[in-house]
Write a protein that binds this ligand. Structure first.
Ligand SMILES: Cc1cc2nc3c(=O)[nH]c(=O)nc-3n(C[C@H](O)[C@H](O)[C@H](O)COP(=O)(O)OP(=O)(O)OC[C@H]3O[C@@H](n4cnc5c(N)ncnc54)[C@H](O)[C@@H]3O)c2cc1C
Length: 422
């Protein structure tokens, strides 16, 4: 172990949800954390996102509830599935004691801001993280522990965390080869609707939308038929209603350019894609101020996530489809795993290259199988969810994967549980 008087220097490439969660988790005395973010952080994508019980448990332990409260998070109390005819076919209640914590609904911008405030606040233990915006990482040398920015500047660190998303620049350095994001054949229309726009919709199923604008909790609704599905629910204390409508690329009646992730979608084409769904659904679409189109991509499980002093986390390591809503939650689990294995081995000093590499191997040992499985399950869940012969028999059962996903109590406990099974 190196001298305790020297600071442990940590560079995190990417200031998205994974990068900021990692910055919070790794904060401790004698650590210097720098987050390098490509953008100017002028705003996250306008969409809702959930943190699942496996992640909310961790986030509560970090003591950052105060920073997240401003986001007006809403506990999700039920997951309801409707068929093509608009009939409820399944309901899964979500009570706090089922998984030891709530599934929480956020607006992405608010969650991001809450995490940023916590990472940089002087009120939490250890020095606040320094976030450098307009600092795009171009490459990294995992063995030397250096990161080079597009500006040409090179920075040194004891630990490099690649949290730079699905198009990660750190990934090629860790793997020694390029692994590109794969179009999954599915695109998502995203709508974020002010709640007051949704009053008086004819034949809307009961309790689906609370238009009071003051809800302390919400429910998630899914309506599915054949190879299409819509997932929707409230956010920001009930002031907005988020809708994600999935459409196979070949059936979406419009071409998504590969140049951009999120672009404007055509309302008319969205309506055509959902022509055989209930009229109330199309009425919800009609009331959205604008519509974004997002081509869904993921990556195959990677051969490894670590090399030398570097590790990949979040979408850089295991980008997944949003069909189980686990993308952000798996990033929080990665952050907690780094916290756990660096807490154990390096309580307040500068670790050697061997110590860093060994802690990173422990993180991968705890996280790799689980995250890869959730990644593959998310692909599986994207398959048509109705029986092909009887078109409105919904076969999808979220309870099947909720238990596996949410029965999680941190990386060390998970690793011990897996080892006990062997
Ligand atoms: C529009 C949208 C909606 C989503 N909805 C859901 C959902 O409903 N449920 C769910 O579970 N998941 C959802 N996801 C996925 C989820 O947000 C991610 O899985 C999760 O937030 C982890 O992301 P990340 O931080 O690893 O990557 P990102 O969120 O992509 O963040 C990466 C960050 O790195 C920065 N960056 C990229 N390259 C560089 C570079 N070279 N140098 C420096 N910085 C760089 C980016 O600017 C960005 O800030 C959604 C994603 C998007 C984009």
């Amino acid at each position: 172990m190196g001298s305790v008087t020297e600071e442990f220097r940590i560079i995190i490439a990417g200031g998205g949800i994974a990068g900021l969660a990692t910055a919070i988790a790794l904060r401790a005395p004698n650590r210097q954390i720098t987050v390098l973010e490509r953008s100017r952080m002028l705003g996250e994508v306008g969409a809702l996102i959930s943190l699942q019980p496996n992640a909310t448990k961790i986030v509560s332990q970090w003591g950052i509830d105060k920073f997240l409260e401003q986001a007006e998070p809403m506990p999700d109390r039920a997951f309801r599935i409707f068929n093509l005819e608009g009939k409820m076919v399944r309901e899964m209640r979500l009570e706090t004691d089922m998984f030891g914590a709530d599934r929480m609904l956020y607006h992405r911008q608010d969650l991001h801001k809450g995490l940023l405030d916590a990472a940089t606040s002087p009120e939490l233990p250890g020095p606040p993280a320094v976030v450098r915006t307009a600092s795009a990482v171009a490459s990294c040398d995992p063995d030397a522990g250096t990161v080079t920015l597009q500006s040409g500047e090179t920075l040194e660190a004891d630990l490099i965390v690649g949290a730079d998303g699905i198009h990660s620049a750190i990934r090629a350095a860790v793997l020694g080869e390029e692994r590109s994001a794969i179009p999954t054949g599915i695109s998502a229309y995203r709508l974020l609707i002010p709640i007051e726009n949704l009053q008086n919709i004819d034949n809307l199923p009961e309790k689906m939308i609370d238009t009071s604008g003051r809800s302390s909790e919400g429910t998630t609704t899914m309506i599915m038929g054949h190879d299409k599905r819509v997932i929707m629910g409230p956010g920001r204390g009930g002031k907005v209603f988020g809708v994600v409508a999935l459409v196979p690329d070949e059936k979406m009646n419009e071409t998504s350019s590969t140049a951009s992730w999120v672009e404007a979608g055509s309302r008319q084409k969205l309506m055509e894609s959902y022509a055989d769904f209930p009229a109330w659904l199309r009425e919800i679409f009609a009331r959205a101020p604008d519509i974004a189109l997002w081509q869904l991509r993921d990556i195959d499980p990677l051969p490894t996530w670590t090399k030398g002093r570097a590790i990949l986390v979040g979408d850089a390591a295991h980008a997944m489809l949003p069909t189980q809503g686990q993308g952000a939650s798996q990033s929080v689990e990665d952050a907690e795993a780094l916290q756990a294995f660096f807490r154990q081995q390096h309580a307040g000093g500068r670790p050697s290259a061997t110590e860093v590499a060994s802690a990173l191997r422990a993180v991968v040992a705890a996280r790799y199988e689980r995250a890869s499985l959730i990644q593959l399950y998310s692909r599986q869940q994207a398959r048509p969810a109705t029986d092909s012969k009887a078109s409105n028999t919904v076969t999808l059962d979220p309870a099947q994967f909720m238990k596996y996903n949410c029965d999680y109590h941190g990386a060390e406990e998970w690793l011990a549980r897996q080892q006990a099974k062997q």
